[in-house]
Design a binder for this molecule. Structure first.
Ligand code: GLU
Length: 457
């Protein structure tokens, strides 16, 4: 049987590198196994989900190279959830509750004061039909809880009930259902929390493996019980460690700075992000991978650390730099054209500057230096002015070519005696206006004689 995986973001904000980790663990596993990948938008929270966010998530994933076989939106699948809810209600497994958030809070505080865990006591299950009616007539709307199977006969006497599963990443895991409150599946306004729709969809879509953050381990136990209650088979689950900021805070979909969208706009390479998202927080070395299939070959669930890992922007910079230094021209042709670099010069220009770029957009400043006019050289003192005059005089005749730089610097050295830094630095300053930058030799044919003369003059 072929595998089916899914990535199920709630479209309530931008994707960040932590979300990308989840998406890629699923995508790479699906690809490696020759399976299918579903992008499912968990958008039942009508207040916070938007179509615009969903579209942006799709665009971010496409930029990385993730192409879902199927896209689904929970907001379009409500009839399926209604049917599942009806089935659970009919079986007495989904019951109406009328407590307000304040009342629930008071209940929790009373339990805490007695040193007890804040587990819901199923008080609503004791309500008689008449009491329910009275509450509803008084304007109370129910929310609905799933009755966890953590008791033998008496729901008010829960007993230890371990849900054990072999986690694809963490290994054997067990959660005691008696330590949990019956989860709310339907809100007061009739909308679904993510718990039930996720199970219904996973079952209906034939999802075989669910890989997600380890903040969902407890949900897995609850959802496994719901799968069983609906008569569906439980997929395999894997929970990976989460990424935090360098300061140890959780990454938030709403913290724009580390969003994929921002990083893309800042000129990072998709493979730098993908490599880091998958390899950080594992026992393996964090290296830039050439493409997603090479990265997929590095996917090793047994190497994923148990604890949270820090996302270090300096690490991303390092990976990006390493990738950019070897990027072929074909990979940047479009972006260089956008900077105004003519196609005829593109290959030579890129070969000349890429070692000096941390990100592709860094090439813009070199494009301006090479093809723009005028470069304003920094002011020269008398000695530097004399040097520039000599350089101007000694520029070899004719259009600049691959040999120009060697011939020219030999002539300047012979006449002025300048060598090493004393030769190259003033020349670089005159030609580029900068103290550092790409090797000058390959730039001269691109700059051309005309522009050189103007800069030296
Ligand atoms: N929408 C859920 C989330 O973003 C999905 C969790 C899951 O993968 O089941 O956390």
């Amino acid at each position: 049987m072929s595998v089916i995986l899914r990535f199920a973001p709630s479209p309530t904000g931008r994707l960040h590198i932590g979300n990308l980790r989840t998406a890629l663990f699923n995508w790479l596993f699906a690809m490696r196994e020759g399976g299918h990948f579903v992008l499912r938008f968990d958008d039942t929270d009508r207040q916070r989900s938007t179509r615009e966010n969903a579209d942006r998530i799709e665009k971010d994933l496409a930029w990385i190279g993730i192409e879902p076989h199927r896209i689904a939106r929970q907001s379009e699948r409500l009839a399926l959830y209604d049917a599942a809810a009806a089935k659970l209600k009919a079986a007495g497994l989904l019951y109406p509750c009328y407590e307000t958030p304040d009342e629930l809070d008071r209940k929790r505080k009373r339990l805490a004061a007695r040193g007890l865990p804040p587990v819901y006591g199923r008080e609503a299950l004791k309500l008689l039909p008449g009491e329910r009616r009275a509450l509803e007539e008084a304007g109370r709307k129910p929310h609905w809880r799933f009755l966890l199977p953590n008791f033998t006969l008496d729901p008010f006497a829960p007993a230890r009930t371990d849900i054990a599963f072999d986690d694809m990443i963490r290994g054997p895991t067990a959660i005691d259902l008696a330590s949990l409150s019956d989860p709310v599946l339907i809100r007061e306004d009739g909308s679904y929390l993510y718990t039930l729709p996720s199970v219904v969809d996973d079952a209906e879509m034939g999802v075989t493996h669910v890989i997600r953050g380890d903040d969902h381990v407890t949900n897995t136990a609850v959802q496994a019980a719901i799968f069983e209650a609906l008569g569906a088979s439980v997929p395999r689950f894997g929970h990976h460690n989460l990424l935090t900021t360098i300061g140890g805070d959780g990454l938030s979909k709403r913290s724009g700075a580390l969003s994929l969208e921002t990083l893309r706009e800042e000129g990072y390479e998709p493979m730098a992000l993908a490599s880091l998202a998958v390899l950080v927080g594992t026992a393996g070395a964090i290296e830039p991978m050439a493409d997603l299939s090479a990265l997929g070959a590095r996917l090793d669930f047994s190497a994923v650390s148990a604890s949270a890992s820090k996302f270090d922007p300096a690490e991303l910079d390092r990976l990006n730099r390493e990738i950019v230094h070897t990027l072929p021209y074909a990979a940047v042709a479009g972006r260089l054209a956008d900077m105004g670099v003519a196609e005829t010069d593109g290959e030579a220009f890129w070969q000349a500057v890429r070692a000096n770029c941390d990100r592709v957009p860094d090439a813009r400043v070199f494009a301006e230096i090479v093809f723009g006019d005028p470069v304003v050289p920094p002011p020269a003192d008398a000695a530097e002015a004399a040097f520039r005059a000599a350089a101007l005089r000694l520029l070899p005749d004719g259009e600049t070519g691959p040999e120009t730089f060697r011939e020219w610097t030999t002539a300047i050295r012979t006449e002025t005696g300048a060598k090493g830094k004393a030769l190259f630095l003033p020349l670089r300053r005159a030609i580029t206006g900068l103290d550092h930058g790409p090797e000058l030799g390959p730039l001269l044919p691109l700059i051309g004689r005309e522009r050189l003369l103007r800069r030296l003059g």
